[in-house]
Design a protein around this ligand. Structure first.
Ligand SMILES: Cc1ncc(COP(=O)(O)O)c(C=O)c1O
Length: 371
């Protein structure tokens, strides 16, 4: 998908701001950085970890979930994974059969359909997140119309990549009704759970009382704690499902990297102040971009997503706009990566650059968007 733009990027002379990459300009909390991990102080640091995860990380995960959601989960129902990507892959391996379908509200995180496809199953796209403010939106009817006898799960993500939206309660209710009616698993992707910009933390989806026996929560160290390269996350859910997840975990990565599990446990236990700072900085970055480009505010996450058709003469394909952005020194992601209905949209990551570089990127983009 990016191929037509690759040559343009390769041919570009001068600085290039890579706002297509979903990562952070921050370093993780000091206690969780690799330079704070000494094998002399941490016995067996380079050995395998237990399949379920290091005890200290499992305990830290239980404490973190309790702090964030107010819900006490059982440590036995937690599984450490090599990031949410591998976690979702393991979930699909454990709970989805080849030929099954997974409801995927769109636009979406670009990797999810491929994860489902690796299991021989199919992600069914349902345009939703760009319609949340439409008073005529009937989310239940949309989910219902997409269900077939092969539907096995719904995937929900909030705060959301790429729109920066938090799912409103009525849409969550709609998903729950459909999940109950069709006896579906619900995959709650919580990787942006700490990156909300309102005063009140949004209630994590999986905590809804009607979801507890069918919801799996997928957490990651990548986003909130700026540890994407560490490849650590954790999943929890109902006990029978988690037993299947644990079995599948043994045959996928066996265990997440042990040194990074130590780092993750430290970040979860000692990172609250760091996290509050990161949230404030990302919120500032989001405001810097939306104000600079005249776009609506976002509610959380690290991305914003907008329809570039006005800068493409109303065309359905935003490639010419993306090319002009590259020529001006900024790389954005084509919206088509987030769903077949979004070929004229583009995604921008606002957490990847420090404020001064982001300001330069915004100035360049504003130049493109003023033409
Ligand atoms: C919604 C969503 N889920 C999962 C992931 C993957 O996270 P991880 O780095 O933990 O594999 C991402 C990464 O961008 C994401 O945006």
């Amino acid at each position: 998908m990016f191929t037509p733009l690759r040559e343009r990027i390769a041919a570009h002379v001068g600085p290039l701001h890579l706002l297509n990459i979903g990562d952070s300009f921050l370093e993780p909390p000091a206690v969780a950085r690799t330079e704070a991990l000494l094998s002399a102080e941490l016995p067996h640091l380079h050995r395998y970890a237990p399949v379920q995860g290091l005890p200290e990380l499992l305990d830290a995960a239980v404490r973190k979930v309790q702090r964030r959601s107010g819900v006490a989960i059982d440590r036995a129902d937690v599984q450490v994974v090599s990031g949410a990507t591998a976690g979702l892959m393991t979930l699909c391996q454990a709970l989805i059969d080849p030929g099954d379908e997974v409801l995927l509200p769109a636009p979406f995180w670009p990797l999810f359909p491929g994860i489902v496809a690796c299991r021989g199953a199919r992600a069914v796209q349902i345009p939703l997140y760009d319609r949340l403010d439409d008073p005529a939106l009937d989310a239940e009817a949309l989910f219902e119309a997409a269900c077939t006898p092969r539907t096995a799960a719904i995937y929900l993500n909030s705060p959301h990549n790429p729109t920066g939206r938090v799912l409103p309660a009525p849409v969550v209710e709609a998903a729950i009704q459909v999940a109950r009616r069709h006896d579906l698993w619900v995959f709650c992707d919580e990787v942006y759970e700490d990156l909300y910009f309102g005063d009140t933390p949004p209630a994590p989806l999986w905590t809804h009382p009607d979801l507890r026996e069918r919801a799996f929560a997928i957490h990651s160290m990548s986003k909130g704690y700026a540890m994407a390269g560490a490849r650590v996350g954790f999943i929890h859910g109902p006990p029978e499902g988690m037993a299947a997840v644990r079995a599948a975990q043994t045959f996928t990565t066996y265990c997440a990297p042990r040194p990074m599990q130590v780092a993750a446990a430290r970040a979860l236990d000692a990172g609250d102040a760091w996290l509050a700072d990161a949230r404030r900085l990302y919120q500032g970055a989001a405001e810097q971009v939306t104000a600079g480009l005249g776009l609506p505010p976002v509610e959380g996450g690290t991305f914003l997503f907008f329809d570039a058709a006005p800068w493409c003469g109303g065309a359905a394909d935003c490639t010419p706009f993306l090319e002009r952005c590259i020529d001006s020194g900024v790389v954005l992601t084509p919206g088509a990566a987030s769903g077949q209905a979004y070929a004229s949209w583009v995604r921008l990551c606002f957490s990847i650059l420090p404020p001064d570089e982001l300001a330069d990127a915004v100035t360049r983009l504003a130049g493109v968007m003023s033409r």
